[in-house]
Design a protein around this ligand. Structure first.
Ligand SMILES: Cc1ncc(COP(=O)(O)O)c(C=O)c1O
Length: 429
């Protein structure tokens, strides 16, 4: 399938807030890297769970049974999204940050203080501080950063290999940088981790709306992502290999279950979070076969539709990236706007794998002032922050502007950003 203008209009109808802000002002929403808009199916299912299945699980009346069923279905939907072994491998948490801290506490019980953790130079602090804390508690010796090429924004897996030795117990990487957009070579780095017999962890928070991940093909031990970056609401999920769910000992209260993902979850669950994520995943399955309104059956049928959906999404996002980088017609791309400095891959191809995330500064404009101008004058929602990432500091910047496109964005929206930036650049000449 291709996303043409008719299909795009159908997709956009699935996002009530796609064209206008809460005050009804037409705008282009380009801050998707900080959190995507919510799809109608996620919001509807959340409402249903909030109102109908509000009881706690484990009892015999409908509100409680429905709550349990909602949670099971949510785990199953996430398992289909990730091609995990089953619902029992999906742990939920408040955020990706809290899930990785929880995982680090479990590792802390196993490690002796001589181990090291290897990560990349472009991580979000979510995938840094849990390991820093292990160091402060003397449960590991060192956290090592494999640095990326500052000119291209690309990470050579060889840089990871160089840091790995027999004391490496964890290799943990983001699937894509939330600032540079660079995609990490998960296949090669996964192999490096396996050869070293280290745990391989993936932070897929930024990457998850752009490519369908397959935890079994990649062979990772853990993977985290967050619903609010995938057309749903806050609340996050962590895949863990079945043996790790069984063998590791997370912090828990005594009476809580001793097995399964529940062993890893702190406190009672919010079933509405599971309802919402299953709505978002069924929305994505609909993108895979838009001729059918009925949600697919869980399992293979849903996975097949998700594979189709992400083929469609990736192809379309590549078109958006090409326009963003190289422009179209008379409109220059980010590579060509005078005074604009783009960070990260300036190309998109097999060798330059990237997500549609573009961070930049524009000469003559302080970042926050530019973000405000883009909103006030052009109605473009683009953030200016540090994104809790190591990256801005590496380039000696406090902040950067960042536009992230997802598949509900139109080519016209990409072009409107380019022409606004070009317009502003020319005023400063
Ligand atoms: C790559 C990456 N990791 C982690 C996070 C934080 O996720 P959460 O807010 O669910 O803890 C973000 C949020 O921007 C992110 O982009």
């Amino acid at each position: 399938m291709r996303i043409d203008s008719k299909f795009l209009a159908g997709i956009r109808r699935q996002f009530p807030a796609v064209s206008a802000d809460p005050a009804g002002r037409r705008r282009a929403f380009l801050d998707n890297g900080a959190g995507t808009l919510v799809t109608r199916r996620a919001a509807d299912r959340e409402y249903d769970a909030r109102v109908n299945w509000s009881a706690n699980v484990g009892n015999l009346f409908p509100e409680s049974e429905g709550a349990g069923e909602t949670i099971r279905e949510g785990r199953m939907a996430v398992a289909d999204l990730l091609n995990a072994e089953g619902a029992g491998t999906i742990i939920s948490g408040e955020s990706a940050t809290s899930l990785l801290f929880g995982l680090s506490y479990a590792f802390g019980r196993e490690f002796t203080g001589s181990e090291n953790v290897v990560t990349t130079g472009y991580e979000h602090y979510t995938n840094i501080n849990p390991w820093v804390e292990l160091g402060s508690n003397l449960e590991i010796k060192e956290l090592r950063f494999a640095e990326f090429d500052k000119d291209t924004g690309m990470l050579d897996p060889g840089a990871v290999q160089e840091l790995v030795d027999r004391n490496t117990k964890v290799v943990t990487v983001s699937a894509a940088s939330n600032v540079l957009g660079t995609r990490t070579n998960l296949a090669e780095i996964g192999k490096i981790a396996r050869d070293a017999k280290a745990y391989f962890i993936i932070d897929a928070v930024h990457h998850v709306p752009h490519e369908l991940v397959d935890v079994r093909r990649i062979g990772c031990d853990f993977l985290v992502f967050s619903g609010y970056k995938l057309f749903s609401r806050h609340g996050s999920f962590m895949y863990a290999k079945p043996e790790h769910i069984r063998k590791l000992s997370p912090y828990k209260v005594l009476p809580s279950p001793k097995r399964g993902p529940e062993k890893w979850e702190q406190g009672t669950r919010d079933q509405a979070m599971f309802a919402a994520i299953s709505g978002a995943i069924d929305y994505l399955a609909w993108v895979g076969r838009p001729s059918t309104k009925r949600p697919p059956k869980p399992g293979k049928a849903r996975r097949t539709r998700l594979i189709q959906a992400f083929k469609t999404i990736e192809r379309y996002e590549k078109e958006l990236m090409d326009i963003a980088l190289h422009g179209k017609g008379k409109t220059p791309g980010l590579n060509d706007i005078p005074g604009l400095r783009l960070y990260g891959p300036s190309n998109v191809s097999k060798e330059w794998e990237r997500d549609p995330t573009f961070s930049f500064n524009l000469r003559g404009y302080p970042d926050r002032a530019l973000s405000k101008k883009l909103w006030d004058r052009y109605r473009l929602a683009v953030g200016a922050e540090d994104y809790y990432s190591r990256v801005p500091a590496i380039y000696k910047k406090k902040t950067m502007l960042r536009a992230t496109f997802v598949h509900y964005n139109s080519k016209a929206e990409v072009l409107s950003l380019l022409s606004a930036l070009d317009d502003l650049a020319r005023r400063k000449k």
